[in-house]
Design a protein around this ligand. Sequence first.
Ligand code: IPE
Ligand code: MG
Length: 213
Amino acid sequence: MDGNGRWAKKRHLPRAMGHQRGVEAVRNLVRNIEPLGIECLTLYAFSSENWKRPEDEVSDLMNMLRKFIKSDLPEFIANDVQLKIIGDYRTLAPDIVEQLEDALAQTAGGSRVLAVALNYGAQQEITRAASLAAQTGEVTVESIAANLFTADLPPLDLLIRTSGEVRLSNFLLWQSAYAEMNFTETLWPDFTPEHLQAALNEFSGRERRFGGR
Ligand code: IPE
Ligand code: MG
């Protein structure tokens, strides 16, 4: 979900306003998971490398997370959305961990999944999964996959990166082995369910061979 800062800068607004509009874009998409027919939507909200940002920005982002869970949890429950977290979220502030775990428990039965990547880094995830796999038996593609944060999520079909950057930035590296990629110039706060629908339409026209022919 990239481009919040540039969205704000273009409007001579503080960065926090860009993040705020980014949260609104998230809310708008989550409301459309069901109508768009999406089984699982995964959002890269905070990477393990985002800690390098200035302290006040990190604290703005954490406060927005607190506010978002509080305000939107009832809507998740009402709309049958199941929250999942990928990443090392247990090292976040204790009140956030508590809030997240409560949200996980309260949404556990939901039929559409919203997975949020928090303190997530794919290299760290793969390292952890390989080490867990080694502790319990043979290290294989399957045993690593079974120990990834995404073990109980459906396979990744489509990965979208906003804001014109053409890189993965440590997001779902293992899972994107055969995922289709979509790189768009749209800044995250401007990304609407219509943009997602357009990406899905384009995706449905792609021929996927998974290494076959
Ligand atoms: C992404 O927007 C937001 C998060 C990391 C949560 P940026 O803050 O990276 O926006 P740009 O790249 O400066 O435009
Ligand atoms: Mg950025």
